[in-house]
Design a protein around this ligand. Sequence first.
Ligand code: SF4
Ligand SMILES: [Zn+2]
Length: 332
Amino acid sequence: MIWCSVVSDGSSETAAIATAPCPSASGAAVTRSGSLCRVRVSVSPPFRARCSCGLVNSGTFPASGLAWVTCPEGEASALVNWVGNGIPLPTATPPRAAEHGLDGRPTLVQNAETLAHLALIGRYGAAWFRSLGTPAEPGSMLVTLIGAVHRPGVYEIEIGQPAGEILELAGGPAAPLGALLIGGYFGTWAAPEAACPLPFSVAGLSAVGASPGAGLIAALPASSCGLAETARVARYLAGESAGQCGPCVFGLDAIAGALENLAAGRSFRADLLRRWMGQVDGRGACHHPDGAVRLIRSALRVFAAEIGRHAQGLCCGRRALGVLPVPPRRQP
Ligand code: SF4
Ligand SMILES: [Zn+2]
């Protein structure tokens, strides 16, 4: 049995189903509309993938014969829970799906980038893959660059390449930078002068408390307000709660509200915000609230000097919003 999940760059995602030892496999995909869709895949030639919604595409790479499936991403335990029980909600871990998944059996939930690497390692060998990257973190990875760079997009980098060099792949900064968000919306803000010389790797970025995470670097221009940007993302993340764990549902909503107050220059209690974050961290069935809290803690650290300015109504960058894209707010 093979399950597929995917890497997302926010616009297109690819889940590759590598050559499998079994003649057929099943998968689950979350569609762009948010609904779930079963996918049945026949791996033995001719390759076929069928789904009920029509949003999942499939085909084969002509040279290798490798089969591929594209679908938007989904939380791994939610996929397994939905296919097994019809409930599209994350479940508590442990146990992980790899130990106790569908029907209690070990279940593979894999992402596209890993499978693509496996296919290339299968073709060219481990030494070829290890010729890039660092000894501890070999190979390449995809990084999405957004914000104040000349050519935003997805770039393949060598793991360990300095973060500043990666910005240059996208044409370099398009404006003086105020901060870098590293690792995605569950990632960490860092000062550009501290982060740019660092190797883009787990070991390298730890010097600023960051990690490659989802492989995103967002370049925040100095003209924008990092607190206001973080407040928008915090509200988005609060709305993305699956609604089954109290600390996540109520905590993230309250935390997002506090950040919105701070960003708007309204009354704000830093001690309450920090207490709420401590009460949410590690308290959900999945890591959704942990990631949100990580982002907000880093914002309070990196933009500490701005907190007082907001209280006095002196931040002029808070109106320059929209560096970090979020979907339109859903109507209640
Ligand atoms: S922590 Fe939040 S997102 Fe995760 S399962 Fe619980 S309510 Fe859902
Ligand atoms: Zn500000």
